[in-house]
Design a protein around this ligand. Structure first.
Ligand code: ME8
Length: 517
């Protein structure tokens, strides 16, 4: 049955070598919006996020701070989880790769790759970037300003010579090319060409274990080797479903949502590991863009690193969520600033939607004692409004969400909100109150229905505010989904003795603090 189709969505798991930044918040929020939309459409959703705790980057950061990697991971991972909770990210599991079930899953996939004859012992000699936790071919390196060698991501690389297990990546070249070329696997399509070119130039086998440090998952039966951190990190997606035990029907994942810098790991290495272990590959990988602070990358040296929770506290969780989805074309890079957040929050959430709800509910509370208005026959203006809201909630918004065009989904919603505003101005219920009180009631009822529908449709983006509004409207929980809100729920509710109390503002006006004004 369509209602129970499973949908498994994951974010990247973050390196807890520092506190979360705005890019982490952006990815978690985007994934949450998609997960909530899928639940709203009646799908059975599983949503996983977490922290990627092994590897040299973590080991070195801990050493710098004179503590153990596990102590560093415990502290920092806690901040990532706190961030998700504070931003209302509705994950089913927050995974930490240091957990025992994850070690077990990683060792199991290793053994499956070994059984397939895809692992062999050799010696690695080449370049490694600790910041990216990635091996690079000499031909990929670029020159820095001081003549030093840098990875294509601009991070330092070091020459590494070590005994290592290798994975026969080269064996999967043709299968990977076919996968990368299959429509829908890697989106946005603009990221595809780069990956195809990388595979076409010939894949070299991948070093998949390290012997110079021990902070990682132990390679089964191979003393002194820990797995290359990306082998265990990628396996988190299986761990969360119970691998190597029965994973139910959630695998393959419907969507791995990740940033554009880690597409190679997810669309080349990961599918190859899965093919080797004889497991299906994910249905889709989406590489979103980067979020910039007033057009600049955030960095400690520039002193512009923003704490996402501070932004949420200043502007409101839903305002931040709304801004990020509304401002940035999903897939492309985007920029944020306090002014831009305040402008969208005040203009679109506060004035356009919040005021519409406030005026309508306030009017009902004041003039009808809070009793829901009766409908006494709709005219053409009402029908036209119903049609535009219906088009938005049945077609435009769901299609855009389904296609991961998150910004377009919000725009379609906003257009429908504008249509309601134009309607209330044209119908002027405050005038009808004196001239035609019956028509006034129909107008208010029309608005009431549309507002409830729009509150449900935008709930993936602003879940807490939508719920608060639906509570004030008195819309029962079971109707708060795309199917339910289109049913004929209004008349029974209007005939009940439900009474609206004076509404409280949903989106308090935000001012810019002096330092940002
Ligand atoms: O890459 N804007 O972890 P990570 C948007 N542990 N997204 C950003 C961003 C920015 N400014 N900066 C980073 C890792 N990201 C690995 C993943 S998955 C098996 C292992 C995104 O903490 C980045 O692209 O460096 C990635 O998707 C996520 O944040 C975590 O980055």
């Amino acid at each position: 049955m369509a209602e129970t189709t499973p949908f498994y969505i994951t974010t990247a798991i973050s390196y807890p070598n520092g506190r979360p930044h705005i890019g982490h918040a952006y990815e978690a929020i985007a994934a949450d919006v998609i997960a909530r939309f899928q639940r709203l459409s009646g799908r059975r959703v599983r949503f996983q996020t977490g922290t990627d705790e092994h590897g040299l980057k973590m080991a070195r950061k801990a050493e710098e701070q004179g503590r153990t990697p596990s102590d560093l991971a415990d502290e920092m991972s806690g901040y990532f989880r706190e961030m998700c909770d504070a931003l209302n990210v509705s994950y089913d599991r927050f995974i930490r790769t240091s957990e025992p079930d994850h070690h077990r899953a990683s060792q199991a996939i290793w053994q499956a790759m070994e059984a397939a004859g895809d692992l062999y012992l050799d010696r690695y000699e080449g370049w490694y970037s600790v910041r990216d936790e990635a091996y690079y071919d000499a031909s990929e390196l670029v020159e820095g300003e001081g003549g030093e060698k840098l990875s294509p991501q601009g991070t330092p690389v070091e020459w590494t010579v070590e005994e290592s297990w290798f994975f026969r990546l080269s064996k999967y070249q043709d299968q990977l090319l076919e996968l990368l070329k299959s429509p829908g696997f890697l989106e946005p399509a603009s990221r595809r060409n780069e990956m195809i070119a990388f595979v076409e130039q010939g894949l070299r086998d991948l070093s998949v274990s390290r012997t110079s440090f021990d902070w990682g998952v132990k390679v089964p039966g191979s003393e002194g080797h820990v797995m290359y951190v990306w082998v265990d990190a990628l396996t988190n997606y299986l761990t969360g479903l119970g691998y190597p035990d029965d994973m139910g029907d959630m695998w393959p994942a419907s969507l791995h949502l990740i940033g554009k810098d880690i597409v190679r790991f997810h669309t080349i290495y990961w599918p190859a590991f899965l093919m080797s272990a004889n497991l299906p590959v994910p249905q889709k990988v989406f590489g979103h863009g980067f979020l910039l602070n007033r057009g600049q990358k955030e960095s400690k040296s520039l002193g512009n690193v923003t704490d996402p929770l501070e932004l949420a506290e200043r502007f409101g969780v839903d305002a931040l969520r709304y801004f990020l989805m509304r401002e940035v074309a999903f897939g492309q890079d985007g920029s944020y600033s306090p002014e831009a957040i305040v402008q969208r929050a005040n203009g679109e959430l506060g004035n356009a939607f919040g005021n519409l709800a406030q005026r309508t509910l306030g009017f009902i509370a004041k003039n009808l004692d809070g009793y829901l208005p009766a409908i006494r026959g709709h005219d053409a203006a009402d029908t036209a409004l119903f049609e535009s809201v219906d088009r938005a909630i049945t077609t435009e918004i769901p299609q855009a969400f389904e296609n991961l065009a998150l910004q377009q989904a919000v725009e379609a919603w906003l257009q429908a909100v504008f249509a309601c505003n134009a309607y209330i101005d044209a119908q002027a219920p405050w005038t009808l109150r004196k001239t035609d009180p019956e028509r006034m009631e129909t107008v208010l009822a029309t608005l009431y229905i549309c507002i409830a529908q729009l509150a449900v449709a935008i709930s993936p983006v602003i879940p807490a505010s939508s719920a608060k509004l639906l509570d004030m409207l008195g819309v029962p929980e079971e109707l708060r989904n795309l199917e339910g809100i289109r049913s004929h729920w209004y008349s029974p509710l209007a005939e009940s003795d439900y009474q609206i109390i004076a509404p409280t503002p949903l989106f308090p006006r935000r001012e810019l603090p002096a330092e940002d004004a």
